[in-house]
Write a protein that binds this ligand. Structure first.
Ligand code: 13P
Ligand code: SF4
Length: 343
C-alpha cells in the first residue's frame, strides 16, 4: 500500500479522536513499522489497551490476554512483537520456544505479576497439600511453572469449574478471585487470615492472595454513583480486576474483548468503561456513533510504556528479546496449554 493510502486510512479511522498533526507524525512511524514487519517475517500482537494510533495501525491481531495467547500459539511467523506487557510476551515465548519474541519496552511490567513469586506458590502448596493451583496469566513464567492451570479474565470461571474437587488456590488477584468466588458460589479465604500450619479440614473452597491491579483497584462505588447521577442512562462496564463491590454496582463485567463486543452489540445512549482508558478511545475510533464517557484519571503505566517509536526500534534492533529458561518454560507451558484447551 502506498504511504498516501495508508495515511488516508489512518485519518479515516482516527479523525474523531486523534488530532491531525499527531496522525501525520504517527502514520510515518507506523508505515515504517509495517514495511519492516513484512521484511522480517514478523507478526505484531496488540493488546486492547494500546493507545489508539498504535492500536489502529500496526497490529496484525488485537485482543485480550486469552485471544492473544491463542494467536501466539498458532503463528507461523519468525518474530512475534508483543505490544502489551512482559507477562504477555512471556506467554507467547512459552508457547513458541523456537521463535524470537520481542517486547518493545523493557519496563512494561504489571502490578499483579509482581505481587507473587514462585516461592510464594510453593509455600501455599505446602500449606494446602493436594489443592490445585490456578494462576491468572498476569504472572511471570516461574509462577506459571508452579501452577496446575492458568486462566484469564475471559475464562476464569470455566477454568475453576473444570477442576475436580471443591477447593482451589486462585492467584494472585484478590479481586478477580472474589468475583469468580461470587460467580461460582464458592467461599473465599486469604491465607494471611489463617493460622500457620496444615489445614486438613478445609471448610472453604477458594484460597486467594492479596495481589491487585494498580489501575482497577482505584475505581470505587462512589465513582459509579457520581457518573450515574450525571448520566442516568449510562451503561457501566467493569473489568473483573475491579473490586466485587464495583463489579456488583456496574452493569456488565468481562474481559477486555468481551467489553468491546458488549458495547458494539448494544445500543445505550452512553457507555463508561472501568478499565485502562485507551480502550474507550479505541472503541470510539472504530464506532464513531457510540458515546464513550471517559474516567481517565487512572492509566496503566506499564501498557503506556509501549509506543510506536519503541516498536520501530524493537524491529530495527531486535529488542527486547524475551527469554524463559527451558525447565521453567516446559512446566509453565503445561499450565498455559491446559487453559487454552478449556477455552
Ligand atoms: P484482559 O485479559 O481482559 O485483556 O485483561 C488483561 C489485563 O491486563 C487487564 O488489566
Ligand atoms: Fe497489570 Fe493492571 Fe496494567 Fe493490566 S492494567 S497490565 S493488570 S497493572
Amino acid at each position: 500500500m502506498s504511504y498516501e493510502n495508508f495515511l488516508n486510512e489512518m485519518q479515516a479511522k482516527l479523525k474523531h479522536i486523534v488530532p491531525e498533526p499527531e496522525i501525520y507524525i504517527k502514520a510515518e512511524i507506523a508505515y515504517e513499522i509495517n514495511k519492516l514487519k513484512a521484511e522480517k517475517n514478523a507478526v505484531i500482537l496488540g493488546h486492547n489497551y494500546m493507545e489508539p494510533a498504535l492500536f489502529h495501525s500496526i497490529p496484525d491481531f488485537v485482543g485480550d490476554s486469552l485471544g492473544l495467547s491463542r494467536i501466539a500459539a498458532q503463528t507461523d511467523k519468525d518474530i512475534i512483537v508483543f505490544c502489551g506487557v512482559r507477562f504477555m510476551a512471556e506467554t507467547a515465548k512459552i508457547l513458541n520456544p523456537e521463535k524470537t519474541v520481542l517486547l518493545p519496552a523493557k519496563k512494561a511490567g504489571c502490578s499483579l505479576a509482581s505481587s507473587i513469586t514462585a516461592e510464594d506458590v510453593r509455600q501455599l502448596r505446602a500449606q494446602f497439600p493436594g489443592v490445585p493451583v490456578v494462576t491468572y496469566v498476569n504472572t511471570y513464567a516461574d509462577v506459571k511453572a508452579e501452577s496446575d492451570i492458568c486462566c484469564t479474565s475471559g475464562n476464569a470461571k470455566a477454568v475453576v469449574e473444570s477442576l475436580e474437587g471443591e477447593t482451589v488456590i486462585f492467584l494472585p488477584d484478590e479481586y478477580l478471585a472474589g468475583n469468580v468466588a461470587k460467580e461460582t458460589g464458592k467461599h473465599i479465604i486469604f491465607p494471611s487470615k489463617l493460622k500457620t500450619g496444615a489445614h486438613p479440614n478445609l471448610d472453604y473452597q477458594m484460597i486467594g492472595w492479596h495481589g491487585r491491579c494498580e489501575v482497577h483497584e482505584q475505581f470505587t462505588v462512589k465513582d459509579i454513583e457520581d457518573i450515574r447521577a450525571q448520566y442516568p442512562d449510562v451503561v457501566i462496564l467493569a473489568h473483573p480486576e475491579c473490586s466485587p463491590e464495583v463489579v456488583a454496582a456496574s452493569d456488565y463485567s468481562a474481559s477486555t474483548t468481551a467489553m468491546i463486543h458488549h458495547v458494539e452489540q448494544t445500543n445505550a445512549p452512553n457507555y463508561l468503561l472501568l478499565t485502562e482508558c485507551a480502550m474507550g478511545d479505541n472503541i470510539a475510533a472504530a464506532n464513531p456513533e457510540k458515546e464513550m464517557l471517559r474516567l481517565c484519571r487512572v492509566r496503566c503505566p506499564h501498557m503506556n510504556e509501549i509506543t510506536l517509536e519503541d516498536t520501530l526500534a524493537a524491529l530495527q534492533k531486535d529488542q527486547y528479546v524475551i527469554e524463559v529458561p527451558e525447565d521453567i518454560r516446559l512446566r509453565a507451558a503445561k499450565a498455559v496449554e491446559r487453559m487454552i484447551q478449556i477455552g
